[in-house]
Design a protein around this ligand. Structure first.
Ligand code: NCD
Ligand code: ZN
Ligand code: ZN
Length: 355
């Protein structure tokens, strides 16, 4: 068995408030704990969206039932710059430059610039040329704040995000679904493999892996975006796939296939997310750091099975895949919350940030 710092998943949608038929902070956090994740950062595309101080406080109250540590991303919405400046203890501001679940797309590029100026770090959902547009806004306005590009999915997006002029200011996140699937998987999975950004070609998938090897990719995050089976079966299905329970098993399986090292998993899933969002006392195993740990059995072989999943949506695009390497015990703030297949409902804490 092998111990890692607990994973810090900087991109999840736990759907509370307003969409709790898909997930809530308890079920989402139980699924995360089972997947070896000890801290999550939640996204603002809930109902109501986390774009006001009142909505942030309400989400804070609801998240208290989480059994993994948690933090919040505040949403950018027209006219809310003063709330962005006043929001307390947030990881980042999330800004949507393209359409996705939640309808929070911003079209006004002046406002985009204002958000970049107002927040020390902005996470963008931007696809393809929108990433280039975001970077041009930063260069043109001589903005010094940081930009984190969520779920980079293609070779081109990676190039836009990591161009020389701005390299040190921009961090790049990739998801397990873009690493372990490509557009060929749409043939058998249909809408169950539809997310934003969509799965790309095998060549793009290779570029993401190359980015990991070259150190261009800064973080891996699940973009856990659960929707019910019934919703996915509709003609007008929503985009997104669940991921907190399968991210670490997929990466450990890749380790067993010599595709990624354990130190790289630790860097991209623990240390770097803590560093990018300045989360205090997390991401490495060291005296004085929080006792957030995951113990993995690197030889354990098991299939991903829908019936085993703790996410409310109860399905995974990786169902049926046999993976070698599974988390077997998860410790949050010194408490065992997952062991030997069982979950222990011990409440966790909101994370703090260095300023
Ligand atoms: C996410 C969701 O469902 O909230 N969907 C997705 O396809 N990734 C939103 C997002 O991250 O874009
Ligand atoms: Zn997104
Ligand atoms: Zn997302």
């Amino acid at each position: 068995n092998f111990a890692l710092p607990g994973l810090i998943d900087c991109h999840v949608h736990f759907r509370e408030p307003g969409l709790t038929h898909k997930e809530d902070f308890l079920t989402g956090s139980m699924a995360a704990a089972k997947g070896g994740i000890t801290t999550i950062l939640d996204m603002p595309n809930t109902i109501p969206p986390t774009t006001t101080l009142a909505a942030l406080e309400e989400k804070r109250r609801l998240a208290a039932k989480s059994i993994v540590n948690y933090g919040f991303n505040f949403g950018a919405s027209p006219g809310n710059i003063s709330d962005i400046k006043k929001a307390k203890n947030i990881a980042a501001v999330k800004l949507y430059m393209d359409y996705t679940t939640g309808d929070m797309k911003i079209d006004d590029l002046e406002f985009v610039a204002d958000v970049f100026k107002a927040s020390k770090i902005t996470i963008i959902h931007a696809e393809d040329i929108s990433i280039q547009n975001a970077i041009e806004i930063i260069i043109k306005n001589k903005i010094k704040n940081k930009l984190h590009v969520a779920h980079v999915s293609s070779e081109k997006e990676l190039q836009y995000a990591k161009q020389n002029k701005i390299k040190k200011q921009v961090t790049v996140e990739v998801t397990p679904h873009h690493l372990f699937m490509n557009d060929k998987d749409l043939q058998h999975l249909g809408s169950f493999a539809e997310m934003k950004p969509r799965l790309k070609t095998e060549n793009d998938q290779k570029a993401l892996w190359l980015g990991i090897q070259n150190g261009i990719v800064d973080a891996i995050a699940s973009d856990h975006a659960p929707h019910l089976k019934e919703e996915k079966e509709q003609a007008n299905y929503p985009f997104g796939v669940p991921g907190v329970e399968t991210m670490l098993p997929l990466l450990l399986d890749a380790f067993n296939k010599n595709r990624i090292s354990l130190p790289t998993i630790q860097k991209l899933c623990c240390e770097n997310p803590a560093g990018i969002f300045k989360i205090k006392n997390k991401g490495i195993i060291k005296e004085g750091y929080d006792a957030d740990l995951v113990v993995a059995d690197l030889d354990k072989r098991q299939a991903v099975r829908n019936e085993d999943l703790l996410t409310k949506c109860k399905w995974s695009p990786f169902e049926g895949k046999i993976l070698k390497g599974w988390p077997v015990m998860t410790i949050v703030n010194g408490n065992v919350v997952f062991n030997d297949g069982k979950i222990f409902d011990i409440k966790a804490k909101e994370v703090q940030y260095a300023t």
